[in-house]
Structures are given as structure tokens and as C-alpha cells.
Design a protein around this ligand. Structure first.
Ligand SMILES: Nc1ncnc2c1ncn2[C@@H]1O[C@H](COP(=O)(O)OP(=O)(O)OP(=O)(O)O)[C@@H](O)[C@H]1O
Ligand SMILES: [Mg+2]
Length: 482
């Protein structure tokens, strides 16, 4: 275990890190911070939610000369939300050292950003397009940049940002330090990335699996047209504190958010076609717990760090294993537990196996809950709420009516049952419309017909996990839903 105090950091940073409640450095931080301080180029790869932001943020901040008015560090991130989140974390780490951090991203008032840029920020965090825009307007000068970071580098290169990134790099001095971080770094992408770097060191946290062990991973084999009912029942049974549902397309995200709302869940969708203001307000409500279920596309959720996400549902299995890793990594962060459930239509089983081969982790089969089980789940939540109210003991104002009710009805159980019924959100059968999506093109997994697969079939069937899983992540007992 490495303490931050052993990492040769300045007192201002140690103080900030303590204030953030970080007790010791995570493994990627312990490895990357010393190399980063030495000025080495780094490719950092570690599981989701293990503190990569501070792993590049701390050495970056240490090297800033706060007396200079120039931009000395630039971080490029694939989405606006991520740029904001990273700038907030760096601000917290650097506040004691008086390091000024500014986020620049599209969809927000450029004049205001220009004014903020004039105030001499030391570090800029931004999306590729908006950074370039400022470079072209000459409102952002990168001639004094010493450190450049690409957060979620593989995603940015996948998204076709390579030309933008190269244009940005042309304005950054060559003798800079370049840091590149992600939970996944497929080899071809890494080769492209290395073009920007000088004999980079690869810092990787050796782990048996690519995913976090604290995330329990399940799959449910379910035909497309039954998916929505299964999703609703799973949410009833699991009663997540906060849940994220991933859909494959923007239309799917919109339809799912609407359908969930019609069934009485507090759900909202987020994807790239929404205005920046809308995206930010949805995320804010989700973080504050005013929205229980966030429905999202892959891109919208990369890197997002929202505490309290206990469950991730992949309504559609992702096309590539990397997006699976990033999706489920929205839960199980910073040492917390989480559960991930992936829906897979029978024809898509090949994709599931490919995901498992990449992550080196098997998903356990989960049986879809029945309507009765969903009801039972909701009844249990009502009961927990009642127990809590009893424990709190603040029910005196209700004793009078309780006595009246019991005087009128002979059977106390009937009275309580009625009260439970009123309080319970019964599983809803409101018809909803979800456009059917074609399954992904059939893909054969490498092991089909081989020993591994036979083995799995034998194990899979009788040993099926119940819909409840083994461990259930802690649920917020105060329950927000009526
Ligand atoms: N040393 C630490 N001790 C405790 N918590 C930490 C530590 N370092 C970072 N954290 C917290 O852990 C959470 C996850 O960190 P972060 O977002 O940097 O993860 P990440 O590795 O970038 O994940 P992803 O791959 O999803 O982007 C954040 O809330 C962060 O504040
Ligand atoms: Mg990150």
C-alpha cells in the first residue's frame, strides 16, 4: 500500500488529497505518479473507477508554475461531461496550490469561455472540437504547454478525433510530456497513440480480469420483445439506489426513457443529440437522486464518475468488449460494490462469449424474474420503509386514525394489507412501445464446439443464478419512489 506522503508530493497537494478523503494511493496512482513526476511519457491502463484522473492529475498539477500566466497543461477528453468532471477533480486537487483549471467544451457560450481564457488558467480541460476552435480564434495558445493528457484516448481515436488531435498537437511544443489513460487500450489504437509519444512507458495494473472484481456480472438470455418487461421487473426486484440502462441507439434511449416513465419509474435519457443544457440538467438530477434511472448511449457515459450507481443494465449487448468494460464500470467505483446485468438475445450469444474472452471474466446466467417476484420485491421495499418508520418512532400523529381504523375493522391484518397495497408500487403492465432492433449480425465465438463451451453448458443450466444474485449491493433504505 502506498501512502500519498511517500510519493514526494508538495504539502499543498497532500493537503488537498487528504481533504478529498483519499487515504492511500490506488495501484495505478502509486505506479504512474512517480513516473509522471519524472517527466516520462506514459500509457496508463487500469480498471474503471480506480482513480486514473488523479494518477495523471497529480503529476500534472505538481509541475505547474502558478506564477506564470501561461497554459502549461492541456487535457483532451471525448465528451463535454467528462471534460467538466475532470476539470472539477483537478480543481479540487490543485486548489490548495492555487492552480487555475478551466473547462472548454462545445454547446456552451464561447464568449464566456474567451473571457475566462483571458484570466490566465494554467490547465485547460476540453473536448477536441472546442479546443481547436479556440486555437483557430487565437484565444487559446498552447506554446507553453509542458504536459498533454489524452483521457479515454482509445475512445477519442475510435470516434475519429485523430485529425483534430493531430491539429491540436501541431500547436503544442514537441518537447512536451504526453500522458494517455484509459481502462482499455486495444493494441491497434495504442499503436496510433504512440505516434504522439516519445518512447512511452506502459503503466498497467496487473489484474486477472479487465473488469473490477467488486462488480457482479450477470447475463439474461431474453428475446428482443420481452426485454422491456424483464428490465422493469429486474428494477423492481433489485431496487437500485441509482441505475444506468444502456441502449444501442439514440432512438432506443429515448424510447426506453419514455417507457420507463410510463411505468412509473423516474427515468431520463442522455445522448449526443440533446442540447448541452439538457444533458447537464439530466446528469445533475441523476447525481442528486432526483432521477433514479439514467438511460444512456455508450458515449454519453464514458468515464463518468457518479457515486451511488449500484446497477448497470445493458439493454442491448455492446458490439465490442471495450464498451462493455466501460459501461459496467459506471458501478463498482472507488471500492464500492455493484451489479451488472447484460441482456442478450439468443442469436447474440457469440458476442457474449467474445466479451468474456476479453475481460477474462465469466458472466453468471440470471433467470428473468416473474411478475410475482417483482411484486414481492416491491412489497419488501414497502415493508422496509414501514420498519424504518417504526424505528424512527415519529408516528404519534397517526395513532388516532390507526385506532379509528382498527375499531371499524375487526381484522387488523386486512387493515395493514390495505396500507401495504397503497404504499407499494406494483409492477406495472402499462403497454409501452419499444421499436424492435435487429440483433447484431451473428458472430461465432472462437470456442464454439470446443471444450470450453461444452463445459459452460453443463455448468450453466442447473446452476442458474436466481435473479437476486448472491450479494446485493446496499440499497438506499429511505426509498424515493412512492
Ligand atoms: N486514492 C484514492 N482513494 C479513494 N478514492 C479515490 C482515490 N483516487 C481517486 N478516487 C475516487 O475514485 C473515483 C473514481 O476515480 P476516476 O474517475 O479517476 O476513475 P477512472 O480510473 O478514471 O475510471 P474510468 O475508467 O471509468 O474513467 C473518483 O470519485 C475519485 O475521486
Ligand atoms: Mg477516467
Amino acid at each position: 500500500m502506498t501512502k500519498f506522503a511517500d510519493l514526494n508530493l508538495s504539502p499543498a497537494i497532500i493537503k488537498a488529497v487528504n481533504r478529498l478523503g483519499f487515504e492511500e494511493a490506488t495501484p495505478i496512482q502509486a505506479k504512474a505518479i512517480p513516473l509522471g513526476l519524472e517527466g516520462k511519457d506514459l500509457i496508463g491502463q487500469a480498471q474503471t473507477g480506480t482513480g486514473k484522473t488523479a494518477a495523471f492529475g497529480i503529476p500534472l498539477i505538481e509541475k505547474i508554475d502558478v506564477k506564470s500566466p501561461h497554459v502549461q497543461g492541456i487535457i483532451i477528453a471525448p465528451t463535454r461531461e467528462l471534460a467538466i468532471q475532470v476539470s472539477e477533480e483537478l480543481y479540487k486537487i490543485g486548489t490548495e496550490a492555487r492552480v487555475k483549471v478551466l473547462a472548454v467544451y462545445g454547446g456552451s457560450d464561447i464568449q464566456r469561455q474567451i473571457r475566462a481564457l483571458k484570466k490566465g488558467p494554467h490547465i485547460i480541460v476540453g473536448t477536441p472540437g472546442r479546443i481547436l476552435d479556440h486555437i483557430n480564434r487565437r484565444t487559446l495558445k498552447l506554446g507553453n504547454v509542458e504536459t498533454l493528457v489524452l483521457d479515454e484516448a482509445d475512445e477519442m481515436l475510435n470516434m475519429g478525433f485523430i485529425d483534430d488531435i493531430e491539429s491540436i498537437l501541431e500547436t503544442v511544443p514537441e518537447e512536451r510530456q504526453t500522458l494517455l489513460f484509459s481502462a482499455t487500450m486495444p493494441t491497434p489504437i495504442r499503436r496510433i497513440a504512440e505516434r504522439f509519444m516519445k518512447s512511452p512507458e506502459v503503466v498497467r495494473v496487473e489484474a486477472k480480469e479487465m473488469t473490477v472484481p467488486l462488480i457482479e456480472q450477470f447475463f439474461v438470455k431474453v428475446p428482443e420483445r420481452e426485454k422491456f418487461d424483464v428490465l422493469a421487473r429486474l428494477i423492481d426486484v433489485h431496487s437500485p439506489e441509482l441505475a444506468i440502462v444502456f441502449g444501442r441507439t439514440k432512438r432506443r434511449v429515448d424510447e426506453l426513457a419514455n417507457a420507463l416513465t410510463m411505468r412509473g419509474y423516474i427515468a431520463e435519457g442522455i445522448h449526443g443529440d440533446l442540447t448541452q443544457a439538457k444533458r447537464m440538467s439530466v446528469l445533475k438530477k441523476f447525481k442528486e437522486g432526483k432521477v433514479d434511472v439514467l438511460v444512456a448511449t455508450d458515449v454519453a457515459a464514458r468515464g463518468l464518475d457518479i457515486s451511488g450507481v449500484t446497477h448497470v443494465y445493458n439493454y442491448d449487448i455492446p458490439q465490442d468488449p471495450e464498451s462493455y468494460v466501460h459501461r459496467i464500470g459506471r458501478t463498482g467505483r472507488a471500492g464500492k460494490e455493484g451489479m451488472a446485468v447484460t441482456f442478450v438475445s439468443p442469436r447474440e450469444m457469440g458476442y457474449l462469449r467474445i466479451v468474456e474472452q476479453t475481460t477474462k471474466k465469466r458472466m453468471q446466467p440470471m433467470r428473468p424474474p416473474t411478475w410475482d417476484e417483482a411484486l414481492e420485491g416491491q412489497q419488501r421495499i414497502t415493508m422496509e420503509k414501514l420498519e424504518e418508520a417504526i424505528k424512527e418512532g415519529s408516528v404519534d400523529e397517526y395513532r388516532q386514525v390507526a385506532n379509528e381504523l382498527l375499531a371499524e375493522h375487526v381484522d387488523a391484518v386486512t387493515v395493514i394489507a390495505a396500507a401495504l397495497k397503497v404504499l407499494t408500487k406494483e409492477p406495472d403492465k402499462t403497454p409501452v412501445h419499444i421499436t424492435e432492433e435487429r440483433p447484431l449480425p451473428q458472430k461465432r465465438d472462437h470456442y464454439q464446439g470446443g471444450g470450453g463451451d461444452r463445459n459452460r453448458n453443463r455448468r450453466g443450466k442447473p446452476g442458474q443464478q436466481s435473479y437476486k444474485g448472491n450479494r446485493k449491493p446496499q440499497r438506499r433504505t429511505s426509498g424515493r419512489r412512492p
